[in-house]
Design a protein around this ligand. Structure first.
Ligand SMILES: NC(=O)c1ccc[n+]([C@@H]2O[C@H](COP(=O)([O-])OP(=O)(O)OC[C@H]3O[C@@H](n4cnc5c(N)ncnc54)[C@H](O)[C@@H]3O)[C@@H](O)[C@H]2O)c1
Length: 439
């Protein structure tokens, strides 16, 4: 089939390549000419495991191309809308201007061309899809909108796109919606053939499924982080606790790892946008709950800065801190709302000299602007440090031999911001180990 993907960021670029891998002829469209030039040349604008190989393979086979011209979308059976919905600059709400601009320019390009499906994948506040569907009809009466939210995880984006755990269609009422579902079924045929669960519903439910899923995940993380505070105060161990409660399959073990909290381009802005929308709709209790989840999460960052101050301060002026990790999680170079960078920047604000290293080189790009010194290795980041902070759970850090750092640092204090290190091993090598909510 012919497919267009509008917006080629973390979601769209991977979606475009994955749709090509499923056998479709795909054009990826973006307003960012630099990004389109990179992708066309088989170069990835961001780090995502397996994506570079997939991109080059699909380009070489001629099934994938990129353009800055929306006219290139005309004639596709399905247009996937994958543009960004970041937090607004002046509020906690989602900034929908990119979604509207993309829909306007797609609508203008399509005009009254033959029947086609527009599938919205961006994460949007409830009510957006219905408004976009009405707008689309004004310019393109033969185009039908489906809301088809995306659940991929950065670090697993290729696998999650080709083998999603579920597919959700928010459909227009009646036969038109069913027709559009049938077209999307053809695009996703190899995925559906594996009996991937598919939920067909209305626009509003599809929009809410996505933000509810992210809110629940955020709530689990903030829940265990709030418990970790009580563990710290009492000498209890949150890792043992999480393991014990997670055995109950009503609770589950996942997303119960205490640490410096969540970040990235999705969870923080999605819970804020959902809180804003819920409050507009009379859902004050939900808005309050989401606000509290956000506050607990941000509190983990300031708590970690205070821990550094307790251990090597209280005055941090002139103290040297080595930070390992800048990306918001491992296997990505995404630093949007990264807790690691926020903590590093806050330490600089307190007068500390902070050196940072991340295995994904691009994750270090924002560091200098925050007064944090980027380095090219673990050894360079921790050299002369009074404290070492492990803030992103990269395998390289988990596998570190603490003894190999002993001669490099000035003080053997390590804060394991992800509860990912082997505490016993670090202590055996002479380190003063501090996890989050662990003794
Ligand atoms: N990144 C993820 O892991 C993930 C997962 C699920 C859902 N989402 C959602 O997907 C959406 C995109 O997220 P992302 O992380 O890919 O964002 P991103 O910022 O990496 O990419 C957005 C892209 O849209 C492009 N764009 C903006 N306006 C455009 C226009 N008018 N026409 C064409 N292109 C335009 C931008 O240039 C950019 O390349 C968001 O709503 C996000 O919440 C993201």
């Amino acid at each position: 089939m012919r497919v267009s993907v509008i917006g080629c960021g973390y979601l769209g670029a991977v979606h475009a390549a994955s749709m090509a891998q499923l056998g479709h002829n795909v054009v990826g469209i973006d307003v960012d000419a630099k990004k389109i030039a990179l992708l066309s040349a088989g170069k990835t604008p961001f780090y995502e495991p397996g994506f570079a190989e997939l991109l080059r393979e699909c380009l070489a086979e001629g099934r994938l191309s990129f353009s800055t011209d929306m006219a290139a979308a005309v004639g596709a059976d399905v247009h996937f809308l994958c543009v960004g919905t970041p937090q607004s600059a002046d509020s906690l709400a989602a900034d929908l201007r990119y979604v509207h601009a993309a829909m306007d320019s797609l609508g203008a390009a399509l005009g009254d061309s033959p029947p086609t499906v527009v599938a919205g994948k961006s994460t949007v506040p409830v009510g957006t899809a219905r408004a976009l569907a009405e707008k689309l009809k004004l310019t393109s009466p033969n185009a039908t909108l489906v809301w088809n939210p995306e659940f991929l995880r950065e670090g697993f984006a290729v696998k999650d796109t080709i083998q999603p755990d579920r597919i959700v269609y928010g459909l227009a009422p009646g036969g038109e919606g069913q027709w559009a579902a049938g077209v999307l079924d053809q695009v996703y045929a190899p995925i559906l053939a594996r009996e991937t669960p598919k939920i067909e519903t209305d626009y509003e439910t599809a929009e809410l499924v996505k933000v509810s899923a992210n809110s629940f995940l955020a709530m689990k993380i903030s829940f265990i982080n709030a418990i970790a505070r009580v563990c710290d105060a009492t000498g209890a161990n949150v890792k043992d606790l999480a393991g014990a409660i997670g055995i109950d399959d009503r609770i589950g073990k996942k997303f119960l790892r205490a640490g410096i909290g969540f970040g990235g381009g999705c969870l923080p802005k999605d819970i804020r946008a959902f809180a804003t929308r819920a409050a507009q709709l009379g859902g004050e209790d939900l808005a309050e709950l989401l606000g509290q989840i956000d506050r607990i999460n941000l509190g983990q960052r300031s708590w970690t800065v205070e821990l550094v101050s307790r251990l090597v301060g209280p005055d941090l002026a002139g103290k040297t801190v080595g930070v390992l990790g800048a990306a918001f999680k491992p296997d990505t170079d995404d630093t949007r709302d990264s807790p690691a960078l926020a903590i590093a920047a806050a330490l600089v604000q307190r007068g500390a000299i902070v050196r940072i290293y991340d295995p994904a080189e691009a994750a270090l790009l924002p560091a200098a602007g925050l007064g944090v010194e980027p380095t090219g290795s673990v050894a360079a980041a921790v050299g002369g440090a009074q404290a070492v902070l492990v803030l992103t759970e990269w395998a390289e850090f988990k596998e570190l031999d603490p003894a190999s750092l002993n001669g490099l640092v000035e003080g053997r204090t390590v804060i394991d911001g992800r509860n990912a290190l082997d505490a016993q091993r670090w202590r055996a090598a002479g380190w003063d180990y501090h996890g989050i909510g662990t003794r």
